[in-house]
Design a protein around this ligand. Structure first.
Ligand SMILES: Cc1ncc(COP(=O)(O)O)c(C=O)c1O
Length: 389
């Protein structure tokens, strides 16, 4: 069988066996509607309740503060639009950053067309938002700050604790901003305690952490004003109508039940990242790491973005694919569109560096042997591609 080295885990991960089994069991046997009052409905409702408790458990939150959505994009939309319209009478200013996922970035652009004013914070050359910029941007009419936890293209972990302190200070000075965090790339890699940090809303997606696609959650702290974005039967505490996706919710629970080994897994992935980054930078000339170096505590363990100057990222991606190695040129949603490098551009990369960028992203099942193979193949392929240039 041809080798398959999957290094595109920031795009999506493979569901575990336990997740698949849980979903199949649910599809076969627990087919009632959780809103139905008969036994089959009650059984389905029990599955949803158990999953809500499990997701709340990993966040150290109250289950009443967790609602299920169709994924990270919907959670971001509900949080941002929901808060913007709930608070529009008090202010219309929103703060976000240049490196947000398009589910946040484009949504903020849409809101601008709808009369909201958006300040987009820059990042430094390593892709980190500066808290001083946030401090300077906060105003009396700022109703929402939305800044991600881990960037999906570079793995840069944002200074969430310090951001929280700035927002707390603003609240003490009678400002009113709600705080939303897109934690989609942090799930299963970094412990997330939104209540402890004073976060009002936090978005999650199951498929980035070995759960199924099309299911996510939004943590909403008690008392956070939010306008629902889908009207209907009033499911999910009135905030997200629509019959719950019970099999996917069951799969999400199975995925989060595996987080017991999170620390060990993160250590293993960080080791692989270090091997890959050092192996490439040492052995292949004209390469650069876009983001923080191994060992830096603001570098997520699972993502490494590297530029191979003079090589087109897309061509390199397909050459690697020919060897059974799966990577990405950027975020999954934009990598099929004309290549757009908003995040790398914000970090100040040259056009050539952006065009030659490849994202490698790990899961805990990747091995050191795989990394050795990838480095060897890269050495050959990059040399060959450069010889054509
Ligand atoms: C940081 C971030 N936010 C949001 C999303 C969207 O999540 P979903 O695919 O579940 O809609 C992604 C997925 O690429 C992501 O990486």
């Amino acid at each position: 069988m041809k080798q398959e080295i999957y290094l595109d885990n920031a795009a999506t991960t493979k569901p575990t066996k336990a997740v698949v089994q849980e979903m199949v069991q649910c599809l076969e046997h627990i087919y009632g509607n959780p809103s139905s009052v008969h036994r089959l409905g009650v059984e389905a409702e029990r599955v949803v309740t158990r999953a809500r408790e499990a997701v709340a458990g990993i966040l150290k939150a109250n289950p009443k503060e967790v609602i299920f959505t169709s994924g990270g994009s919907e959670s971001n939309n509900l949080a941002i639009k929901g808060a913007a319209y709930a608070l529009a009478k008090r202010g219309k200013h929103i703060i976000t950053s240049e490196i947000e996922h398009s589910a946040v970035y484009s949504l903020c652009q849409d809101l601008e067309e709808d009369g909201f004013e958006v300040t987009v914070l820059p990042v430094d050359k390593e892709g980190i938002v500066q808290t001083n910029d946030l401090k300077a941007a906060l105003r009396e009419d700022t109703i929402l700050v939305t800044i991600m936890y881990v960037n999906n293209e570079t793995g840069a972990i944002q200074p969430i604790e310090e951001i929280g302190k700035v927002i707390d200070a603003a609240k003490e000075a009678n400002k009113i901003p709600l705080w939303h965090v897109d934690a989609v790339q942090a799930l299963g890699k970094i412990p997330l305690y939104p209540a402890k940090m004073g976060i009002n809303m936090l978005s999650l997606s199951a498929h980035k952490a070995h759960g199924p696609k099309g299911i996510g959650a939004l943590y909403i702290s008690k008392g956070t004003p939010l306008h629902p974005q889908i009207s209907g039967g009033g499911q999910e505490m009135g905030l997200r109508s629509g019959t719950e996706n019970v099999p996917a919710i069951a799969g999400f629970r199975a995925a989060v039940s595996d987080f017991k080994e999170m620390q060990q897994d993160a250590k293993h992935m960080a080791k692989l990242r270090q091997m890959l980054v050092e192996g490439i930078l040492k052995n292949i000339p004209d390469t650069r790491l876009n983001g923080l170096p191994p060992g830096n505590e603001q570098a997520a363990p699972h993502i490494a973005n590297i530029s191979f100057t003079g090589v087109r990222g897309e061509v390199l991606l397909h050459s690697l694919e020919g060897e059974g190695i799966f990577t990405s040129t950027g975020s999954a949603c934009s990598s099929r569109k004309a290549v757009e490098h908003r995040v790398l551009n914000a970090m100040g990369l040259s056009n050539e560096e952006m065009e030659g960028a490849i994202r490698f992203s790990f899961n805990a099942q990747n091995s050191e042997e795989e990394v050795v193979i990838v480095i060897e193949k890269l050495k050959e392929i990059v040399k060959e591609l450069r010889s054509f240039a």
